[in-house]
Design a protein around this ligand. Structure first.
Ligand code: IPM
Ligand code: MG
Length: 365
C-alpha cells in the first residue's frame, strides 16, 4: 500500500515525538512492503512565527488532500509565551480547533489502557491498579462549548464573558452511533456521561442516546453524571469500556484517564469523520518545560500511528505489530522518565530517552 500522510510536528515536544513515530512507521513499511510519503505542514506556534496565523488555508488544503494526518502537539507556556498575547483566534490552539472543524473530525477516540508492566507507575491504590483497566473515551469533538458563540463585553460597568454550549440532535446521534459501533467490537458496554441534573444539552443528549441504544440491543448502556464519572475513574476504572461524552467533559475526563494509565505520555488518539480520513495525535500537550531535552515519552504518538494504520488504512496486522512492539519494550523494562516506578524501586527497569525508546520499538515491529 502507498500511504500519503501529512505530518504536523508542531511545538514543544511535538517534533521529537513525531520523529519517533515516523521511524516506527518506516520500520513497519520496510517489514510489510508498504510505502509512506510524509508531507509536513506547520500548525500552532511555529505557524504563527512563520505566517502570523496558527494554520493557513493552504495547510488545511494539503491536509485534506492526504489520506491521514499524524500530529505531535501544539502550543507553549500560556503564562510566558508571546503567542498568548495574541487575540484568542490567533493563538496556537485555534489552529487545532480550525483543522478539527474544517475536516469534520467529530469523533475523538481516546483509548486508555493500563499495561500490566506499568502498575507501579499507576498512581491509584495497589488493589485498584492490580485489576487493570481498558477503556475507550469517545469524545464529541466539533460541538459544544468549544464551538458555541462566545463574547466578552461590558455590562453595567463590569466585564461579562459568555460561552455557549449547544448540541443538535444530529450531532449527538452521529457520535452516539460511533460509540455503540465501537462497543460492538469491544466488550459491548457504553457509559454515557453528562450533567443531565443541570444542563438542557445533557437532557437532550440522554434522550438521543436512548433512541440510538434501541438499535444495539446487545450493548449494555447506562448514563452517568460527569462529577460521579470523575470519581469512579479513580475508584473503579475497570468498570468502563466505552465512555461516550461531549467535547468539554471528554477533554477533562481523558486527561484524568490518561494519568491513571501511569502517564499522559501513554495515551494515543484518533479524530475521525465519516470517511476513512483521520487525524492522529497523542492526547497530551506540547510540554514546553521538557521540550528539546530528549526525555519526552514518544509512546502515545507511536500508538497514534498504530491507530492510523488500523482506522484509515485497515492494516490491522501492521497496527498489531506496533502495539506488540510497545508491549515488548515495556516488558523488557525500558521506561522513559515519566513512566518510571513511583515506589523508587528501579532495579527491574532501564531509563531511556525519546530517541532510544523510538529505536527500541522500531527494532521490534
Ligand atoms: C486536547 C487538548 C485541546 C482540547 C487543546 C489544546 C485545545 O487539550 O486535545 O485534549 O482542549 O481539545
Ligand atoms: Mg485536553
Amino acid at each position: 500500500m502507498n500511504m500519503n500522510v501529512v505530518r504536523i510536528k508542531g511545538d514543544g515536544i511535538g517534533p521529537e515525538i513525531v520523529t519517533e513515530a515516523s521511524k516506527v512507521l518506516e520500520a513497519v513499511c520496510k517489514k510489510y512492503g508498504h510505502t509512506i510519503n510524509f508531507t509536513d505542514i506547520l500548525m500552532g506556534g511555529c505557524s504563527i512565527d512563520a505566517y502570523g496565523v496558527p494554520l493557513t488555508d493552504e495547510a488545511i488544503e494539503t491536509a485534506k488532500a492526504a489520506d491521514a494526518v499524524l500530529m505531535g502537539s501544539i502550543g507553549g507556556n500560556t503564562s510566558t509565551s508571546p503567542w498568548y498575547k495574541l487575540e484568542p483566534s490567533k493563538r496556537p490552539e485555534a489552529g487545532l480547533l480550525k483543522i478539527r472543524k474544517a475536516l469534520g473530525l467529530f469523533a475523538n477516540l481516546r483509548p486508555a489502557l493500563l499495561y500490566k508492566e506499568l502498575y507501579k507507575a499507576c498512581p491509584l491504590k495497589e488493589e485498584t491498579a492490580e485489576k487493570g483497566f481498558d477503556m475507550l473515551i469517545m469524545r464529541e469533538l466539533t460541538g459544544g462549548l468549544y464551538f458555541g458563540a462566545r463574547e466578552t463585553k461590558e455590562v453595567d460597568g463590569q466585564m461579562v464573558a459568555t460561552d455557549t454550549l449547544t448540541y443538535s440532535e444530529s450531532e449527538i446521534r452521529r457520535i452516539t452511533i460511533k460509540a455503540f459501533e465501537v462497543a460492538m467490537k469491544r466488550r459491548k458496554s457504553v457509559i454515557s456521561v453528562d450533567k443531565a441534573n443541570v444542563l438542557d444539552s445533557s437532557r437532550l443528549w440522554r434522550k438521543i442516546v436512548e433512541e440510538v441504544a434501541k438499535d444495539y440491543p446487545e450493548v449494555k448502556y447506562e448514563h452517568m453524571l460527569v462529577d460521579n464519572c470523575a470519581m469512579q475513574l479513580v475508584k473503579n476504572p475497570a468498570q468502563f469500556d466505552v465512555v461516550l461524552t461531549e467535547n468539554m467533559f471528554g477533554d477533562i475526563l481523558s486527561d484524568e484517564a490518561s494519568m491513571i494509565t501511569g502517564s499522559i505520555g501513554m495515551l494515543p488518539s484518533a479524530s475521525l469523520n465519516d470517511t476513512k480520513f483521520g487525524l492522529y495525535e497523542p492526547s497530551g500537550g506540547s510540554a514546553p518545560d521538557i521540550a528539546g531535552k530528549g526525555i519526552a515519552n514518544p509512546i502515545a504518538t507511536i500508538l497514534s500511528a498504530s491507530m492510523m494504520l488500523r482506522y484509515t488504512f485497515d492494516l490491522d496486522k501492521e497496527a498489531d505489530a506496533i502495539d506488540n512492539a510497545v508491549k515488548k519494550v515495556l516488558e523488557e523494562g525500558y521506561r522513559t522518565i515519566d513512566i518510571m516506578p513511583t515506589d523508587g524501586d528501579t532495579s527491574a527497569v532501564t531509563q531511556v530517552g525519546t530517541a532510544k525508546m523510538g529505536d527500541l520499538i522500531a527494532e521490534r515491529v
